[in-house]
Design a binder for this molecule. Structure first.
Ligand code: SAM
Length: 241
């Protein structure tokens, strides 16, 4: 299978991304824990720390999947949340999980594309995207959309895999990404290509500096980032002023 997205059309990449998440939706939460040895939870906590939820603030969580960020936001006292994801299967899993945990009227779920958000201009106080931007076909367009729906004074935050900063980590990281991960994907989700895609999409994604620059280009200001686990992941923050 060719996962070199450089050679496929925009429509084809979107279709493939959809197929990947359709196929992994039911095992998504388990795989996240296994693949990252639970570290994604620590990263999401760090993300929520920096996000600092407030009761009077409305959040849009883009590519929200099964609703991890929304749950953290609510748990830490944040206001109403809209979870938007292109994939109805992921949303269904998230909605069920929330229902089972007792439900929450302040969370709504919408199927929508990050590149064409179904929200009005300047309608939310915070926009987040966690492990989602990497899957979006036109990153700059999605960044523009996420900035558009922010109120002036609002903040955008992104949590995403990034470029490790320690050279000695490289061989370990490569073995993990291209050998262990696809193996795990095969054993646990019976889908090796989906997890091969994951490793490749991480390599293709802009590094810390490059993402910061793209954020500035859509008009976000005071752009900053923090590395997590030596740059394996990073949190970027920017403001619409
Ligand atoms: N944010 C969740 C988390 O941190 O656990 C889910 C992350 S999951 C790795 C990536 C999600 O991005 C999937 O649910 C997928 O359906 C969604 N996605 C991919 N392309 C998208 C797009 N163009 N617009 C909205 N969501 C998208």
């Amino acid at each position: 299978t060719d996962f070199g997205f450089t050679s496929v059309s925009v429509e084809e990449k979107s279709t493939r991304v959809r197929e990947v998440f359709d196929s992994v939706a039911s095992s998504y939460d388990l795989m996240n824990d296994l693949m990252s040895l639970g570290i994604h939870r620590v990263w999401k906590q760090a993300f929520a720390d920096w996000l600092a939820p407030r009761p009077g603030h409305r959040l849009l969580d883009v590519a929200g999947g099964t609703g991890d960020i929304a749950a953290l936001w609510r748990k830490r006292g944040g206001g109403p949340v809209t979870v938007c994801d292109i994939n109805a299967e992921m949303i269904a899993v998230g909605r069920d999980r929330l229902e089972k945990a007792g439900g929450d009227d302040a969370v709504d779920w919408v199927v929508g594309n990050a590149e064409d958000l179904p929200l009005a201009d300047a309608s939310v106080d915070r926009v987040t995207i966690a492990f989602g931007l990497r899957n979006v076909t036109r990153i700059d367009r999605a960044l523009g959309e996420m900035t558009r729906v922010l109120r002036p004074g609002g903040r955008f935050m992104c949590l995403e895999f990034s470029r490790p900063t320690q050279a000695w980590l490289d061989p370990i990281y490569d073995t993990y990404s291209f050998k262990v991960l696809p193996w795990l994907g095969d054993k646990v989700a019976q889908d090796r290509p989906a997890y091969q895609y994951l490793a490749e999409s991480i390599r293709r994604f802009p590094d810390q500096q490059d993402l910061a620059e793209r954020m500035r280009r859509v008009g976000l200001e005071q752009v900053k980032w923090r590395n997590l686990s030596a740059g394996i992941a990073a949190i970027h923050s920017g403001w619409r002023l």
